[in-house]
Design a protein around this ligand. Structure first.
Ligand code: SAH
Length: 381
């Protein structure tokens, strides 16, 4: 017998509610507030996906809660494992879309990279996700649930419970987090709550292609993650060509917004710089970059281009990469070279396009466009 189609009812999804909201809904259902809290803790603290698991809530109360609240869950459609230990998870949303998330073990740390949108609207020329176009925003529950499903996977692999825990979270999967601002903020509030996943905001990084007005807004929030900014070029000419968003908010405007971003004590902004052979990898570009970032409390993550069939760029030679980094260092700019992780399963930066064994699961919506014929900037605000 095949499963019935998902019912798109309008009960709120417990995954997407804050604790306060879950308590308030319990009250509207004629129950005490603490029932809302109990249910919330099961879903957000323990990763429960059904009412039946909630052993400290009696059946009558569960039925009452279930009449007004649903528990959504992402379906794990595929788990791909890299030879370097990286794991790529592909999930299906209840309306049938695919999104990806990557678990990256690194010594004692395990970083999870999560998606914020189905596809992306920003159209960076070197990125595979861009070629999917934007389908829709993820809701806060879908964002947070990527973490809960990954935790469940790690727990299932290690029933003793002494093994890997997710220690760090980066919003660097599919999508532009600041294009989905409210849902991303809400997911941050949910994921950092002590009674839920309890992740520290100091271990969460949101990465943006540089939506200047939203950076200003983020700076005023009480929950403030670490900030990473995909700079990727040392001047507007190159950035215009590879990131059309630069035509709307150029490097000058972007750096001014970052300068104004309130950083906690001893925190730095991370600039990401994808190294593209013969585009932005010259020693002159390194010099220009060091000059540009002088005076910023920052570090630069150099990400050698990860190839994929949708972009014609090339990764620079290891000599060129090393020379670029040495030049930055010589000029006093702290840089870190990111070794590609999970590139054998299309899980490395910029490769997330719902591929399995190299095959695309969904046809691309955008054709490959050469850097020299970049389309006009999309209207993104
Ligand atoms: N939209 C956000 C979040 C995505 S983060 C942002 O732009 O920051 C993904 C990171 O991978 C970005 O820093 C991006 O510049 C980088 N990237 C994209 N495509 C890449 C590729 N093919 N190789 C290496 N890095 C890539």
């Amino acid at each position: 017998m095949s499963a019935p189609p998902p019912t798109l009812d309008d009960r709120p999804d417990l995954r997407a509610l804050t604790l306060d909201e879950a308590q308030a809904v319990a009250v509207t259902l004629g129950l005490p507030r603490f029932r809302g809290e109990q249910a919330w803790r099961w879903v957000h603290g323990k990763g429960a996906t059904s009412w039946d698991e909630m052993s400290n809530i009696g059946p009558a109360v569960r039925d009452r809660l279930a009449a007004g609240i649903r528990i959504g869950t992402l379906v794990v459609a595929e788990v791909q494992r890299s030879r370097d230990g990286t794991i790529k998870l592909r999930f299906t949303t209840r309306d049938g879309f695919a999104i990806e998330s990557v678990l990256i073990p690194d010594g004692d740390k395990t970083t999870q990279c999560i998606s914020s949108q189905v596809g992306c609207a920003v159209d960076c020329q070197f990125c595979a996700t861009a070629k999917l176009g934007l389908t829709r925003n993820l809701d806060p529950g879908e964002i947070a649930d990527q973490v809960y499903r990954a935790k469940a996977l790690l727990a299932a692999e290690d029933p003793g419970g002494s093994g890997r825990r997710i220690t760090n979270l980066v919003y660097m999967g599919m999508g532009e987090p600041l294009h989905n601002y409210d849902n991303v903020m809400r997911s941050l509030r949910i994921l950092t709550h002590d009674l839920g996943a309890g992740l520290s905001q100091r271990r969460i990084t949101v990465s943006t292609a540089g939506l200047v007005p939203r950076l200003e807004k983020l700076g005023a929030e009480d929950v403030r993650p670490n900030l990473a900014v995909s700079l990727n070029a040392s001047n507007d000419r190159v950035r215009d060509a590879i990131m059309p968003i630069n035509k709307k908010w150029n490097i000058g405007k972007l750096l001014a917004a970052i300068r104004a971003y309130p950083l906690e004590h001893r925190r730095r902004v991370t600039f990401e710089y994808v190294l593209l052979a013969d585009v932005n990898d010259s020693l002159a570009a390194a010099g220009e970059l060091a000059q540009l970032l002088r005076g910023h409390r920052c570090k630069v993550n150099l990400i050698p281009f990860n190839p994929h069939p949708e972009a014609a760029y090339r990764r620079p030679s290891s000599e060129a990469i090393e020379a670029f980094q040495s030049e930055c260092k010589r000029l006093g700019l702290p840089t870190y070279l990111r070794t590609p992780r999970g590139d054998d399963i299309d899980a490395a930066c910029g490769q997330l396009a719902n591929r399995s064994n190299g095959e695309l699961l969904v046809p691309l919506r955008r054709k490959h466009v050469a850097a020299s014929s970049a389309p006009p900037a999309p209207d993104v605000e």
